[in-house]
Ligand binder design. Structure first.
Ligand SMILES: NC(=O)c1ccc[n+]([C@@H]2O[C@H](COP(=O)([O-])OP(=O)(O)OC[C@H]3O[C@@H](n4cnc5c(N)ncnc54)[C@H](O)[C@@H]3O)[C@@H](O)[C@H]2O)c1
Length: 440
């Protein structure tokens, strides 16, 4: 099949590469010429495990190409996947300007049937707006051409995106009309050879399904974070509580880890957008508002612990920070808890030496030439000259450190662990003041 993917970011690039891997001819469009230059030069603009080899293989086979040429991208694919960003607007609603710009381009330039597929996470009703935008352009041109608009929300996780796309749990398709549904069935057939994973529904339900999934996951995290703070008050251990409840199959173990708050490009914005969609339709989502408030508060938890230990004024103190990405296996720092922590530490007069296996380039871009942030080559180097260590991302390489060495290197051996990586007794036996979240 000939497929165009509009927006070559985390979702667009992974989708395009994986669709090419199945033998399709894929053209990925982006408005950012630097991104396309990197890709055309053989590079990968993001860190995503396994993506480089899939991209390289399919580029070499001539099935995957990258362009900034809008006319070429509209001409190429019968299927036009829209995978552009949908960042939060000032009021929390999803900003649809990029989605609608993509739709207008299609309407302005198409000359034959197109199936336009919203893969970006978009509020309920967006497919109607996309349809109207395309139709308005066709009307302006005075031409009549057939097209369909479908919703196919993406559930991949950064850090495991290729694996998720190649072996999805489910493929949600919101579409009307046999032509659109059978095209989507055909394109996804290679990804579901062992069982039918396509869940076909109406467009609005598909749009809502994506938000419902992210809102549920965010709810589990905020729920556990609040319980973790309660556990601290009560002298209970949230990790034992997690194991105690996770063993109930109705609950399960996933997404029950207490920590210093969720971040990333999806949960924060999607929770906000769903709250906004609900209030526009006259409904207050009280649970979800609490989920967001609890998460905002949780991003301050490490700061509170640090202030309790070292006082409000942190002038002259240096903190080692392990982990900058919002989660392991990605360089994405959108809404990362590390940004909140580092911002607070600097505003209280402290300096920071940070280490992250892949996100330091992104951190340098975000923090610019801020002189109070230094970057270390490895976790040990970050500890040198530091008063204490704060852990913000649960990278595997942080899981089994030499605690004696940490105790000897830090000026005051304290670890503020925002991801509960260690057995408290083991760390404390090494002479370190260990401060996890919700653990005794
Ligand atoms: N990142 C994730 O883990 C994830 C998972 C599931 C769903 N989503 C959703 O997918 C969408 C994309 O997310 P992302 O993380 O890939 O974003 P991203 O910011 O990494 O990529 C979006 C890309 O679209 C490009 N773009 C913007 N307007 C364009 C236009 N008119 N034509 C062509 N390209 C254009 C941008 O330059 C950018 O490269 C969002 O709606 C997001 O909520 C993301």
């Amino acid at each position: 099949m000939k497929i165009t993917v509009i927006g070559t970011g985390y979702v667009g690039l992974v989708s395009g590469a994986c669709l090419a891997e199945m033998g399709n001819h894929v053209l990925c469009l982006d408005v950012d010429p630097r991104k396309i230059d990197v890709l055309n030069g053989g590079g990968i603009p993001i860190h995503e495990p396994g993506l480089d080899s899939v991209v390289a293989r399919n580029v070499a086979a001539g099935r995957l190409q990258f362009t900034t040429d809008v006319a070429a991208s509209v001409a190429h694919g019968t299927l036009q996947f829209i995978a552009v960003g949908t960042p939060p607007d000032e009021d929390g609603s999803a900003d649809l300007q990029y989605v609608l710009a993509a739709a207008r381009n299609i309407g302005r330039l198409m000359t034959d049937y197109k199936l336009v597929i919203d893969k970006s996470t978009v509020p309920v009703g967006t497919a109607d707006k996309v349809k109207a935008a395309i139709q308005a352009e066709l009307d302006a041109r005075g031409v009549t051409l057939e097209f369909s608009v479908a919703s196919n929300p993406e559930f991949l996780k950064e850090g495991a995106a290729v694996e998720d796309f190649m072996k999805p749990d489910r493929i949600v398709v919101g579409a009307e009309g046999e032509r659109a549904i059978s095209l989507l069935r055909a394109v996804y057939a290679p990804f579901q050879r062992n069982r039918d994973k396509l869940v076909v529904m109406d467009v609005r339900s598909a749009e809502l399904t994506k938000y419902a999934a992210n809102a549920m996951l965010a709810t589990r995290i905020s729920f556990m974070n609040e319980l973790a703070l309660l556990a601290e008050n009560l002298g209970a251990d949230i990790e034992l509580v997690r194991q105690g409840i996770g063993s109930d199959p109705r609950i399960g173990y996933h997404f029950l880890y207490a920590g210093c708050g969720y971040g990333g490009s999806c949960f924060p914005k999607d929770v906000k957008a769903l709250i906004r969609t609900a209030s526009e339709s006259g409904r207050d989502l009280k649970v979800l508002q609490a989920v967001e408030d609890a998460n905002d508060a949780q991003k301050q938890v490490l700061v509170h612990k640090i202030v309790k230990r070292f006082g409000e004024d942190l002038a002259g103190k240096r903190f080692a920070v392990w982990g900058l990405a919002f989660k392991p296996n990605t360089d994405d720092m959108r809404e990362a808890s590390a940004r909140v922590l580092i911002g607070e530490l600097l505003s209280r007069g402290a300096t920071v030496t940070a280490y992250d296996p892949v996100a330091m380039t992104e951190a340098r871009r975000i923090f610019g030439d801020e002189p109070r942030i230094g970057y270390a080559e490895n976790p040990d180097e970050a500890l040198v000259g530091a008063d204490a260590l704060a852990i913000v991302t649960e990278w595997k390489e942080f899981r089994s450190p030499d605690f004696a060495r940490i105790a000897n290197t830090l000026k005051t051996p304290v670890i503020f662990d925002g991801r509960n990586l260690y057995e408290p007794k083991v760390v404390r036996d090494a002479g370190i003041d260990y401060q996890p979240i919700g653990r005794v």
